[in-house]
Ligand binder design. Structure first.
Ligand code: ACO
Ligand code: LMR
Length: 604
């Protein structure tokens, strides 16, 4: 608990800053983590569902969410937020994270957040025990476990500075650049870093030196500490108090940079917003002197710091407080990496036997496996194993829509094409291309509009009015030959199946109320087979626990019509084979069946 991070730490990354995310993944791979520590990216304006990043030489997909709440809901175990929002967004993002809850650490990289807002953010976080690192920081690192963003620098630097495994030093700085420098010094003169935090360069940062030093005091991995302070502010005096009162007992080496300021006649503002002395006690020289006076190891100049580190480290090693660190193996990132052109998330043919969503074909193909075609569809289309009632429903739909005779639009086109001497596939494609919003392809539209009306709690009357205003014929309503007097038995069958096996049929119940209104106007305006399939698929997915957004996404992909496409393929092939078997000649439509109304040349 005393370390900020461990090997299992998982983070949500706010902003699709690919270079920074890639650097975090490179670190994870280098230290031989099995999986990347970033589980989700939040990018409010992204249309991407995922980002593809390298993990070593391979690539991985990291899901992208447009809101922090959605990312959090999907990855409840992620307790670190790496907030790479700009100074305009970083405050809102952090406040949202505090409100959502569940984050233990929030790293805020942006520089220049208005100080008033930074103070409020820090106050709110402290109130509920959340550690904010930053603003204006490269973040923190627990070597061998986790790092935020680019702290530690390039992977070469990480390796050279032995940041691939835990050493003995608890290191706290303001600056991200200097933490890298110090890590290097610690690797050369001692055994490296146990934990490093760059608290950030702004005047008001969330967590300060003393917060981390006290935490490190309690962390058994940390045997001694190095504090690199800066001109400006009084945070170092809190550390002095803690040493005085005995709260900090571990050896502490410290240096405040900015001693050069005394050589200038007027006050100097260094690179960080907080690096400017407003009073004598805020100067680097005064702070170094005060720290030295209380027994903190303070060198005479920054140049002497490595030697002092070496001395303290050697003493601790000699008295047995530090045992030799076991060097850990690490991975090397391949020099050249090639991004893959295609992605497949449903099946894999590289092993001995191809797999459907992880299931070898032999485990699903034969009757003894107990899998039916609905199971295969649930694996290959939805990457899930559906319960028996749902796979049976899918199979029932396919059998129900397999054919509806030779006279329907698509079958007729397939037949005519076959009679023109075209192959099975050409004739089939012709039939399939006929499927559209009026014929067989109204399933997506029915699901979309009925679900919309239901979600919006429109009454059936309001729904009809809404569709009228949109000038849209209601998909899933109406049939050329079926009506109240000549009911569609297929619809009856599907409804019966749902009533018997579905846990709930809320959308069907709603659609039947709509049907009562439409059929009161015209008796063929029944809920047709397309409509029934689309609506019951929504009821099925709701019953299976899909959330509304997931269902909307499924509808948008056009998967609903796919049930008709797949089922009707059986019938079309039947009609094409029929034509071939009968060796029917080329078809020509009779003049008598066409109304010719062509103007004469003179008229034109
Ligand atoms: N919503 C609202 N009004 C409708 C609908 C509908 N879905 N369907 C027909 N009407 C109205 C028409 O506006 C027209 O009104 P009007 O007489 O006041 O001008 C009247 O009913 C007749 O319209 P037609 O297009 O001549 O109706 P027809 O019975 O020939 O059409 C069809 C059948 C094409 C299926 C039609 O109902 C429709 O477009 N439905 C929506 C699409 C659909 O669900 N298709 C799938 C059918 S099932 C299958 O293909 C497997
Ligand atoms: C079908 O399934 O093809 C039919 O509902 C359409 C039709 O015209 O009968």
């Amino acid at each position: 608990m005393n370390a900020l991070f461990n090997k299992d730490t998982q983070a949500i990354f706010w902003n699709n800053n690919m270079p920074a995310i890639q650097r975090m993944l490179d670190y994870d791979f280098t230290i031989q983590k099995a999986k990347p520590s970033i589980v989700a990216i939040v990018a409010p304006t992204s249309n991407n569902k995922f980002e593809k990043l390298f993990y070593g030489g391979d690539e991985v997909m990291i899901p992208v969410f447009t809101t922090l709440q959605h990312a959090r809901d999907a990855f409840k175990q992620a307790d670190v937020l790496v907030n790479f929002g700009s100074f305009r967004r970083a405050y809102d993002v952090s406040m949202k994270a505090l409100q959502i809850g569940g984050f233990k650490t929030i790293m805020v990289t942006a520089e220049g957040i208005p100080e008033r807002l930074a103070r409020r953010m820090n106050f709110e976080a402290r109130k509920i025990g959340v550690t904010i690192i930053g603003p204006a920081t490269a973040g923190a690192i627990t070597p061998g476990a986790f790092r935020t963003g680019n702290i530690g620098g390039t992977i070469d630097n990480v390796i050279n500075s032995k940041l691939t495994r835990a050493g003995s030093c608890g290191l706290v700085t303001r600056s991200g650049g200097l933490i890298n420098e110090l890590a290097n010094i610690l690797a050369i003169n001692a055994d490296g870093v146990a934990e490093g935090v760059a608290i950030g360069g702004d005047r008001y940062v969330g967590s300060v030196f003393i917060d981390h030093l006290l935490r490190m005091e309690a962390n058994p991995q940390v045997k001694y500490m190095v504090l690199l302070g800066e001109v400006g502010g009084v945070e170092e005096y809190k550390v002095i108090e803690a040493v005085k009162s005995g709260k900090i007992k571990k050896p502490l080496i410290a240096w405040c940079i900015g001693t050069i300021a005394k050589h200038f006649s007027s006050g100097v503002q260094f690179g960080h917003a907080g690096a400017s002395a407003n009073a004598e006690q805020e100067t680097a020289a005064a702070k170094n002197q005060a720290m030295r006076a209380i027994g903190i190891h303070v060198p005479n100049t920054f140049n002497d710091l490595p030697l002092m580190i070496h001395e303290v480290y050697t003493r601790l090693k000699n008295d047995g407080s530090i045992v030799e660190v076991e060097e850990m193996p690490y991975n090397i990132i391949p020099e050249t990496r090639k991004s893959k052109s295609f992605i497949c998330t449903i099946s894999d043919d590289r092993g001995e036997e191809a797999m459907y969503a992880g299931y070898p074909i032999s485990s699903v193909a034969t009757p003894d496996t107990g899998f039916n075609i609905g199971d295969v569809i649930s694996l290959l289309w939805f990457k899930k194993r559906y319960p028996r009632w749902a796979t049976n429903f899918i199979e029932t739909v396919l059998k129900t829509v397999a054919d509806h005779g030779p006279a329907v639009s698509g079958a007729l086109n397939a037949k005519v094409t076959a009679r023109a001497g075209k192959s099975v596939v050409e004739s089939l494609v012709t039939g399939l291309l006929t499927i559209g919003p009026r014929f067989g392809g109204a399933i997506d539209g029915a699901a979309k509009y009925f679900k919309y009306a239901h979600d919006q709690e429109l009454s059936p009357q309001e729904f009809l009015q809404y569709m009228k205003e949109q000038k849209i014929t209601i998909p899933g309503i109406g049939h050329r030959i079926k009506s109240l007097r000549n009911p569609d038995k297929r619809v009856e069958g599907l409804k019966q199946f749902a009533n018997e096996f579905f846990p709930q049929t809320a959308l069907l119940d709603y659609a039947l109320e709509v049907e009562q209104l439409t059929t009161s106007k015209k008796d063929n305006l029944i809920l047709n087979v397309d409509g029934t399939v689309g609506i019951l698929m929504v009821d099925m997915w709701r019953s299976l626990g899909y959330n509304e957004e997931e269902i909307n996404t499924l509808i948008e992909t056009g998967v609903m019509n796919s049930f008709f496409i797949l089922g009707r393929t059986i019938g079309f092939i039947g009609h094409i084979l029929d034509e071939k078997r009968l060796q029917m000649p080329m078809y020509r439509h009779p003049y008598s069946d066409i109304l010719y109304d062509v103007a004469t040349a003179e008229q034109i």
